[in-house]
Design a binder for this molecule. Structure first.
Ligand SMILES: Cc1ncc(COP(=O)(O)O)c(C=O)c1O
Length: 382
């Protein structure tokens, strides 16, 4: 039993009393310590004539280390980015493609997992869409489409619309056995759930930090395995892709060597203020612990799932299978748009996705808030 006082955890957020925010799968609210960072940074920036390089670079490396710790890998395998999409594009743009190669994705993926590959069609690369199984990604269907020309299998860890958690172990093992690059979009899982990439054979794990990680928009990171790195040529390079040792006194030295590992895909000036804010958000997550947060999120979602499952007016779209659950609960009724509008009018912030209502509570939400939602559903006349 967790000893964390989750009510106190709520005080880290400035959420308006007139709404109940259950929309972390869309955007997470920025915690108070992260908001404070902006003021502190901008104030001191004005006073010290931009002399922030050394301090900012220290924080950048600290964040890299903390993110590496969260996903269970060496910090040298982590690159900082601005979006989930960036990581996927490193593979799409950098792999040595040949005409006739193919890539497999599920046919109901979030588009961030489709467009990086679509543009490869002009180079003779085939995208194969594996049929979903009643809205859920089907690992067997993905595997059955693979052949000796399959170069990449790409999946979301957690599906954006119904929260279905992919079996990364199964897909990772298959990819490793067949020399296929395994790309995982982690954005709908990380921050709500723990992951240990060391034990999974993932080649690329890419994650924007604007949702469950509670960071600002424009922050993100990727893990790239040594194996995958050896299969790609850097598709782009910038002045911060090389090793300066943070000494910018000799900028016309053009022969510096690229940084080691995935950091060589970091191109130019970092969003210092945002990375500093992300640092504060990550510290907050770590102060509770990802396993503890997942336990909390699991309990809150369970509370809702139990009711939806027992009320004949509603149809649970998400899976009940423990190994397939996540922070997302999706459901429908006969007229989901009408129900969505009603809930929005009542002050619930949630999403309408692919014909269903998506609820996505985080650790700072309370049992009372879920009970209020349940009672609003109970009162719905529709
Ligand atoms: C599964 C999934 N991947 C990616 C994204 C966003 O991608 P990016 O961080 O590149 O904007 C979202 C939602 O916005 C998503 O639900």
């Amino acid at each position: 039993m967790s000893m964390i006082d989750w009510r106190k955890a709520r005080s880290n957020f400035l959420l308006d009393d007139s709404i109940i925010y259950l929309n972390n799968a869309s955007h997470g609210p920025l915690p108070v310590p992260a908001r404070r960072v902006y003021d502190l940074y901008l104030d001191s920036w004005q006073k010290t004539a931009h002399n922030h390089d050394a301090e900012s670079f220290k924080i950048i490396e600290a964040v890299r280390g903390k993110l590496a710790g969260i996903v269970g890998v060496d910090f040298q395998r982590i690159g900082l980015s601005t979006t989930t999409s960036y990581g996927l594009n490193i593979i799409a743009a950098g792999y040595r493609w040949s005409s006739g190669d193919n890539i497999i994705v599920s046919d109901n993926e979030f588009p961030a997992n489709v467009y990086p590959w679509v543009r490869l069609k002009s180079r003779g690369v085939d995208i194969r869409f594996a049929k979903n199984n009643q809205g859920f990604i089907d690992e067997e269907a993905i595997i059955s489409l693979a052949d000796n020309k399959t170069r990449v299998i790409n999946t979301s860890w957690v599906q954006f619309n119904n929260g279905y958690r992919a079996d990364l172990e199964k897909l990772g093992r298959f990819c490793a056995d067949n020399r296929i690059i395994f790309c995982v979009d982690g954005i709908q899982g990380l921050g709500a759930m723990p992951v240990d990439l060391e034990s999974l054979k993932v080649d690329l794990f890419t994650c924007g930090c604007q949702k469950w990680m509670l960071g600002p928009c424009g922050t993100g990171f990727y893990y790239l395995s040594e194996r995958a790195e050896s299969m790609i040529d850097p598709p782009f390079s910038g002045w911060l892709s090389v090793d300066w040792q943070v000494d910018f006194s000799d900028l016309m030295k053009y022969d510096l060597t690229p940084r080691k590992g995935p950091a060589k895909f970091e191109l130019g000036t970092y969003p210092y203020q945002d990375i500093r804010a992300l640092n504060a958000s990550v510290d907050l997550l770590l102060s509770f612990g990802l396993p503890e947060i997942w336990d909390r999120v699991r309990r809150l979602t369970e509370q809702l799932i139990d009711i939806l499952d027992s009320d004949k007016r509603f149809h649970l779209v998400s899976s009940r299978d423990e190994s397939r659950r996540s922070g997302i609960v999706a459901f429908k009724n006969q007229d989901p748009m009408k129900l969505y509008r009603y809930l929005t009018d009542e002050g619930y912030i949630l999403s309408f996705r692919e014909g269903g209502i998506r609820v996505s509570p985080h650790f700072y939400n309370s049992e009372e808030e879920i009970n209020l939602l349940i009672s609003a559903l109970d009162h719905f006349q529709g």
